[in-house]
Design a protein around this ligand. Structure first.
Ligand SMILES: *Cc1c(COP(=O)(O)O)cnc(C)c1O
Length: 379
């Protein structure tokens, strides 16, 4: 089945009423049909029918065998980091969502796990960083916010040759554009808050595994059951509603993003545009090979930090806000927002500075978005 169809129908099965919209089961517990018998649902922390339908839909879209819907993207990444043990070494993309860096450096490093950041666009360099105790490689591609592209297939071969897991944060593209598990990754995580939700009204996360029998999958199962990070039934229902329009939203966002990236390149106040859909982007060819689209995120640098702040103050239609992936266009100032707690050294290595702005392109008319950017840049 094609993605557009999967997104609309998922694994919806009609119940006795014939409801087209997936029923919302707001039940914390479920009656046993008899002693030692179960409907498959006993207690809401372990399984809920609405959440199950969502998890199956996301697993299908990511071409994975099992998915867990949790309360945030960070809750999903937290599960991933719990797969490692004291003494393990984990490699991560050096350009990464700031919250992931914080969780690794400030929480998990206290438990004896060593984290090392590397430029994962350079497969050879990553290879040199592997040690016998390296158990995981965690990447974002495109990365946040510099839009760097890493080779999922090559990195999965490298990870597996070293008995390590490849984990991909697929938030920036969504499964509509990129399916890392089909390229060899072991685990995909999402901030479901972003493209999968698409309406800036739910905080959610997903963890999807390629192999439901793997040790990692069994460990995640145990963690979810034991710790209870699950997504609520109501949020699961909203996410199912969101998935139906995933394809039309992200295709329109990518179309708008390309037009804006091209326009930004021509503006005298803009010194650099980072969008992998531009043929002069260093990751363009790789991205075209490993994904079906380039996404809706465009980062760019302006001539000065003052101008960057001015743009944020002057925008009328585009909102100055954190987050991304929604139908509303948002502009973020990564240095002070999403990456405020990033170590100085990583900022320097990636070139994330006070002139950088990150635009999450929505589904508005692109001419209105460009007009807003124009008045803000000129103002
Ligand atoms: C937002 C984001 C996260 C964190 O997700 P939350 O839903 O905010 O917890 C993780 N990774 C990326 C790439 C993100 O953009």
């Amino acid at each position: 089945m094609q993605d557009f169809t999967l997104e609309v129908h998922g694994c919806h099965e009609y119940d006795r009423t014939g409801a087209i919209s997936e029923p919302l089961y707001m039940s914390a517990t479920f009656r046993h049909p008899g002693f030692g018998r179960s409907t498959g649902y006993d207690y809401g922390r372990v399984a809920n029918p609405t959440r199950d339908t969502l998890e199956q839909a996301v697993a299908m879209l990511e071409q994975g065998q099992r998915c867990w819907a949790v309360s945030s993207g960070m809750a999903a990444i937290n599960l991933v980091l719990k797969l490692f043990s004291p003494g393990d070494h984990v490699l991560l993309s050096e350009d990464l969502y700031g919250g992931t860096v914080r969780l690794a450096n400030e929480v998990y490093s206290r438990y004896g796990i060593e984290f090392e950041y590397v430029d994962t666009t350079d497969t050879k360099l990553v290879e040199e960083k592997f040690r016998p105790e390296t158990k995981g490689l965690f990447i974002e591609t495109p990365s946040n916010p510099m839009m760097l592209i890493s080779d999922i297939q090559a990195l999965s071969r490298l990870a597996h040759a070293n008995d390590a897991l490849l984990i991909v944060d697929n938030t920036f593209l969504s499964p509509h554009f990129q399916k890392p598990l089909s390229l060899g990754a072991d685990i995909v995580v999402h901030s479901g808050t972003k493209y999968l939700c698409g309406h800036n009204d739910v905080i959610a996360g997903f963890l999807v595994v390629a192999d439901k029998e793997s040790a990692a999958a069994k460990q995640v199962e145990l963690l979810v059951k034991s710790e209870g990070p699950n997504l609520s039934a109501f949020d699961a229902w909203l996410m199912l509603r969101s998935l139906k329009t995933l394809g039309v939203r992200v295709e329109k966002q990518a179309e708008n993003a390309l037009a804006i990236a091209r326009w930004l390149q021509k503006q005298p106040q803009v010194t650099a545009v980072y969008y992998p859909g531009l043929p002069d982007h260093p990751g363009y060819e790789l991205q075209a090979r490993q994904a079906k689209g380039f996404g809706g995120m465009v980062s760019f640098k302006v001539t000065s930090a003052d101008l960057a702040k001015n743009v944020l103050a002057k925008l009328k239609l585009i909102a100055f806000a954190e987050s991304l992936g929604g139908v509303e266009s948002l502009l973020t100032y990564p240095l002070a927002q999403t990456h405020a707690e990033m170590p100085q050294e990583l900022l320097k290595r990636t070139g994330l500075d006070d002139k950088l702005l990150r635009l999450s392109v929505g589904i508005e008319a692109v001419s209105d978005l460009i007009a807003d950017l124009q008045q803000a840049l000129e103002g």
